[in-house]
Design a protein around this ligand. Structure first.
Ligand code: AMP
Length: 302
């Protein structure tokens, strides 16, 4: 088993969906990722929060044995994101982004984080993603996420990061924006041409498309959920389950491992969307995940 390092946002989210709304619920990519991946392997988190961050929210990660020594609490308010979902809820509509203490985030890894073998660069500015990579000693496997904002505003830095990572996990809209492709299949091949060895495109209720240079496509649907309450964090949960599975194997991942990791991530994400914020995910244990995995295999086999 290997350690996972994650850098990303720690946030309070205000979310409106057809099922209702929540104000300042715990969120942020690093929280979703850590809660998911810590089911499988030890996790170290790097991020910044303000003085308003509740101690119970740090305790939640600690209760999952997540190492929070790389989290800094600084003067000011925690990053706040306000979003809404409509219709099929496959895309978030951002209403407001208050960067607050996140604006001056300058990730510095504690010494003992630097030898982490599995590194996940969640959705932060690509120049900060590079900064984190430069502090890592000898990672075995690196993954990244990004978003439309960085694709338009920091493309040159983003292209640098893409050259250094093993896998990119993004959603369909981001993949098309990054490559100019008209669909996920075309986008997959074009992203691989930018440097990474593997690409996972997350497609909400339609599941995922993975593409590797060695073995081409691997495509599956999501676990069927009829009542989606809040899709926020599904992508980060997917990435957490994906990385958690790979770190639990503790070796340089093979393509077969990546396929299994996609299934783990996808099933875990189905728990996240069944409640607001991190509530659905925080309740999941290995038993619940295994049970749903058995049901999922029934859904996809003939
Ligand atoms: P996703 O898995 O894509 O649904 O990610 C949801 C999380 O991303 C939310 O909890 C937000 O707090 C966080 N988020 C939204 N916008 C940003 C941003 N610009 N930078 C970092 N994190 C963000």
């Amino acid at each position: 088993m290997s350690e996972i390092l994650v850098v990303g946002s720690l946030a309070y989210d205000s979310i409106q969906t057809p099922s209702g709304k929540v104000d300042r619920a715990l969120g942020g990519s690093a929280n979703y990722f850590s809660l998911a991946s810590s089911l499988f392997a030890p996790v170290r988190v790097v991020g910044v929060v303000g003085e308003d961050y509740q101690s119970q929210d740090i305790e939640l990660l600690k209760s999952r044995k997540v190492d929070t020594s790389g989290m800094s609490v600084v003067k000011g308010k925690t990053f706040h994101w306000e979003g809404a979902y409509e219709g099929d809820m496959n895309e978030a509509i951002t209403k407001k982004t208050e960067l607050n203490v996140f604006e001056h985030f300058d990730p510095t890894l504690p010494e003992h984080y630097r030898d982490s073998k599995f590194v996940f660069l969640a959705n932060i500015s690509p120049d900060l993603q590079l900064k984190v990579l430069n502090q890592c000693h000898n990672p075995l496997f690196i993954g990244m996420d990004t978003m439309n904002f960085w694709i338009t505003s920091k493309l040159a830095d983003l292209q640098q990061v893409l050259k250094k990572v093993d896998v990119v996990l993004i959603n369909e809209g981001e993949a098309m924006m990054l490559t100019g492709a008209k669909n996920a299949i075309e986008a997959a091949k074009k992203v691989i041409a930018l440097g990474p060895k593997a690409l996972v495109i997350k497609r909400g209720e339609y599941g995922f498309v993975m593409y590797t240079q060695d073995q081409g496509f691997f495509i599956l649907p999501a676990f069927p959920i009829d009542k989606v309450i809040d899709p926020t964090g599904a992508g980060d949960t997917f990435a957490g389950g994906f990385f958690g599975h790979l770190a639990s194997l503790g070796r340089k991942p093979l393509v077969g491992d990546l396929k299994e990791a996609c299934i783990r991530g996808s099933i875990l994400a189905s728990f996240t969307i069944q409640d607001f914020g991190v509530k659905g995910l925080a309740k999941v244990d290995m038993g619940a995940l295994e049970m749903r995995t058995i049901q999922y295999h029934k859904v996809i086999s003939i």
